[in-house]
Design a protein. Structure first.
Length: 575
């Protein structure tokens, strides 16, 4: 392994942005997290390493082009020159200025060096919170490479889906239009953006693009890699750069909610490089991260660690608003910590606190005789616990009654902890045991029929999940029940789950203090995606626990939201 230690830097320009940035942090003028500080200290050491030559010419050319020819394309800065911040200049300088010395190249690659000095860094991971200008910076770099590069360069804008890949691509084009309004030097069509003089081009691909292989890519910008479950796109880009002497690949992203996905693996590797546990001198790991979650809530000055453009691009009041909302909404809290502070969130975090679930209020189903109810079922695909539910609304409050079903064979599979609970619930007739290995859905039908016949309940609609048996739905429809399918996916489930959460916190849902319903709610975790949509999942590490009761409550609420006006009119007429 090459020696990377040094005491002072030699032959570094006095106006080096990298040195200025590191000194501003060291002097306390800028607040930075330990991971960024570690990278800067590593780079400062490398300035005196004979394996590298530090030449800022290429970096300064790009910085000059951006500040002279690139303009902002979005309000409130539209049309204004793009004046780079110190952190942006330091990043660009570091990425472009380190070159391999002949000695360093031969030692690292085991082959004779080329005639010209080659750029050291081939890849950068830039982890930065949202609204800090990352897309604008990468768009400016993309346009700069197309105009100032060596010529004949193929540059790709990429992401997990077409819409995200299009964001930076369109931003580049908007900058291009301001730079070259009459298309004298550049041109855009359906295939990409083209430099008519040096034959460089910019195009886009995503995970949904066909024929991703076989390309000849010089440079790549990978946006929001946190959404990627695998490395298909990144690997395709890597392979397409294999013939290039100086390829570049910038992975620019915030934290996300995909566990063990592409970004997690990249960050694990990058952090090992940062800590010098792995030797990889071609990777620049530039991470804007907090040092703890506690400082987010306790120290507003620390917010700059993950938000280097706070106060210039990103508004301080925006952060304050996000923190205020996060204190009252679990989904907002998870989303904010990931997106505004780059704190990785488990994608199956606990949904509700114990005190939010507890509601000792009770009711008598006989009091709802002749009332209109909304039904909901979760008929498990695995044939274990199933749940049927009725939801009533009266005077702004919600009352719910449930019945559970389980195959007899599944009782033997319960844990020693859960078996006594299930036996008690069976004794109390909260769970109906079905013969054999599967639930008998006709017993679910019978429960709804019983509610109609014994209590005169008028069931408005019954929501059912996508795993329900087709024959059971037909059986219910033949008996006159109006059935509504509720697909358990992000879009249809998120809104009702948020409403159920708010109602539980406000003690607006009376579930008769039922221990089985409460157990299901306690087992329920919250998964979240990049659109801040949420879904119910099992608490991590408790895959044997059941959440069917929570799911049916959410399904009933989905039906209610979809038909709120009509349902409330019926309840008012009835009573």
């Amino acid at each position: 392994m090459m020696n990377l230690t040094s005491s002072c830097a030699k032959d570094v320009p006095e106006n080096s942005y990298l040195v200025q940035y590191r000194n501003a942090i060291k002097n306390g003028e800028i607040i930075a997290g330990q991971e960024l500080i570690q990278q800067l200290e590593n780079l400062i050491e490398d300035l005196d390493n004979p394996a590298f030559v530090y030449d800022t010419t290429d970096a300064n050319d790009r910085i000059e082009f951006i500040e002279q020819f690139c303009k902002h394309t979005k309000s409130p800065f539209y049309g204004q020159p793009f004046i780079l911040e110190l952190w942006e200049k330091a990043f660009i300088e570091a990425f472009y200025s380190f070159k391999w010395s002949d000695e360093g190249y031969e030692a690292y690659y085991g082959e004779k060096p080329p005639k010209e000095l080659l750029r050291r860094f081939k890849k950068a991971i830039l982890l930065i919170a949202r609204k800090n200008g990352k897309s604008t910076l990468c768009a400016a770099l993309g346009l700069t490479e197309m105009m100032c590069g060596t010529g004949g360069n193929d540059i790709v804008c990429s992401s997990n889906d077409d819409a995200q890949a299009n964001i930076i691509f369109e931003e580049i084009n908007n900058m291009r239009e301001q730079f070259d309004p009459k298309d004298r030097r550049t041109h855009k069509n359906m295939k990409g953006i083209f430099n008519l003089k040096n034959k460089s081009k910019i195009f886009k691909i995503s995970d949904r693009t066909r024929n991703k292989e076989g390309r000849n890519i010089d440079g790549a910008i990978l946006d929001e890699s946190n959404e990627m479950t695998d490395n298909v796109i990144a690997k395709s880009i890597d392979q397409s750069q294999s013939t290039k002497d100086e390829p570049w690949f910038i992975n620019i992203t915030t934290e996300g909610f995909v566990n063990d996905g592409y970004l997690d693996k990249e960050l694990k590797y990058g952090r090992a490089v940062l800590a010098k546990e792995i030797e990889d001198h071609t990777l620049l790991v530039w991470l804007y991260t907090q040092d703890s979650e506690a400082e987010v809530w306790q120290n507003p000055r620390s917010h700059q660690k993950s938000n280097p453009s706070l106060g210039t691009i990103k508004k301080v009041k925006y952060i304050k608003d996000q923190i205020r909302k996060a204190q009252h909404d679990k989904a907002e809290r998870i989303f904010m910590l990931a997106k505004d502070f780059n704190i990785k969130q488990n994608n199956a975090a606990a949904w509700l606190l114990a005190e939010e679930i507890v509601n000792e209020a009770k009711f008598d189903i006989a009091d709802f005789r002749g009332s209109f109810a909304i039904g909901g079922v979760d008929l498990s695909k695995s044939g274990d616990l199933a749940c049927a539910r009725l939801l009533f609304i009266r005077s702004g409050k919600k009352y719910t009654l449930s019945q559970y079903f389980i195959p007899e064979s599944k009782l033997a599979m319960l844990s020693k902890e859960d078996l006594p609970k299930f036996k008690e619930w069976i004794r109390l007739d909260r769970i109906t045991v079905c013969d054999g290995n599967e639930n008998d859905f006709s017993k679910v039908t019978a429960w709804f029929v019983k509610m109609v016949k014994e209590f005169g309940i008028k069931i408005y609609k019954v929501g059912y999940d996508k795993w329900s048996a087709v024959y059971w739905v037909k059986e219910m429809e033949d008996l006159g029940f109006d059935m509504q399918r509720v697909v358990q996916d992000w879009a249809p489930i998120s809104e009702p789950m948020k409403l159920v959460e708010a109602d539980l916190r406000g003690k607006l849902i009376n579930y008769n203090d039922d221990s089985l319903d409460r157990w299901c709610l306690e087992n329920t975790a919250l998964a979240i995606n990049n659109k801040m949509e949420i879904m119910p999942v099992k608490v991590q590490g408790k895959e044997d626990k059941k959440i069917d009761g929570a799911v049916t409550l959410i399904i009933c609420t989905r039906v209610y939201i979809d038909s709120r006006t009509e349902y409330l009119e019926l309840t008012q007429r009835a009573g």
